[in-house]
Design a protein around this ligand. Structure first.
Ligand code: UDP
Length: 315
């Protein structure tokens, strides 16, 4: 197959590109580097099957030749990024999804949308099954991401229903692992980098809010299977093991030997109180479930960040 991945220089996009290449497929990567980075694709550029274009996918996408898949992964994805880049976040979810779908339609390619557990907002149903419609504040600061993803899902289903495009939607829950940026702003990378510097871990609110963290390799396996399955409705991919943010902080301190303790900061507006994926659909449809426990995934991620912190790299 020959597939195009938008956001290929991002955390998830680069892992996904690596997986498609490892399976013997050809990958065309696009990224404008607003949150992605050239380091993430440095190794991939040496692969024969990989080509890359620095490109803003909110513009019309022209690509010569046949294409079997379009995987739309471009978007700021950390709350601090989409608060800093609200218009770009809305544009890549709306105009970017439109362009990526248009390309898939034109090429007769399968389309996969990287959606998010954020479509559930601050959920009133716990855990969250795909059938839950969510609880999103459209005009709050997180609305730019949540509504962009919700619009992107609606547009994807419209192209599926009205243009017959073969589509997939993955709702990605909190994912972590190597290639997150040091200053990404998300909780796992923040805590690990703070601990490695001997700084206090910054807990927003009282730390009782929960998240369910999936190691990146498990997530990519689930997405790869979904792409190859026959199912157009959204599918949750995430690790249902749920932790409070305080529990996560304690585990990071234990694994790193961090001595800086904890520091409490105000809870950001509309921060979801709980989040946990219901993954019965992924289990039945894809025979998928996560294999890497939080402790094990954190250790791999700590090893990765230790190298970066010691090396003084700035990504
Ligand atoms: N959080 C925290 N300290 C940090 C960064 C985040 O306590 O340094 C909290 C944040 O308020 C949220 C949870 O950790 O409740 C997960 O935040 P993240 O930004 O990783 O992702 P989200 O699930 O909110 O999109």
């Amino acid at each position: 197959m020959r597939v195009l991945i938008t956001g290929a220089a991002g955390f998830l996009g680069s892992h996904l590109a690596e997986r498609f290449l490892a399976e013997g497929h050809e990958v065309v990567g696009l990224d404008n580097f607003i949150t992605g980075s050239p380091e993430n694709i440095a190794q991939l550029l040496a692969s024969e099957g990989f080509s890359f274009y620095r490109y803003d996918v909110t513009e019309f996408i022209y690509l010569a030749g046949e294409l079997d898949g379009v995987l739309h992964f471009a978007s700021p994805a950390s709350p601090i990024d989409y608060l800093k880049l609200p218009i770009q976040t809305l544009k890549v979810g709306s105009l970017g999804t439109h362009k990526a779908l248009g390309l898939a339609k034109d090429k007769g390619a399968r389309f996969l949308l990287a959606s998010s557990s954020e479509v559930y907002g601050d959920p009133t149903i716990h855990p969250q099954p795909e059938s839950y419609w969510g609880n999103v504040n459209p005009v709050g600061p997180r609305g730019v991401y949540d509504e962009a993803k919700r619009f992107a899902e609606a547009l994807t289903m419209a192209y599926h229903r009205y243009h017959g495009v073969d589509t997939r939607i993955v709702r990605i829950f909190n994912t972590f692992g190597p290639r997150m940026r040091q200053h990404d702003g998300r909780v796992v990378s923040n805590f690990i980098v703070q601990a490695l510097h001997g700084e206090p871990l910054t807990i927003y609110g009282d730390g009782s809010q929960t998240r369910s963290f999936c190691y990146v390799d498990d997530l990519i396996e689930g997405i790869y299977r979904l792409f190859n399955a026959d199912h157009s409705d959204p599918v949750n991919i995430g690790n249902p093991a749920e932790f409070t943010i305080t529990q996560l902080a304690e585990l990071v301190l234990e694994l790193t030997g961090g001595t800086g303790g904890l520091e409490y900061r105000p809870l950001p507006e509309d921060d979801p109180k709980v989040r946990q994926p219901e993954i019965a659909v992924a289990r039945e449809l894809l025979g998928w479930e996560p294999k890497i426990e939080l402790r094990q995934g954190l250790q791999k991620t700590i090893d990765y960040f230790s190298g970066i912190v010691k090396g003084g790299a700035s990504c």
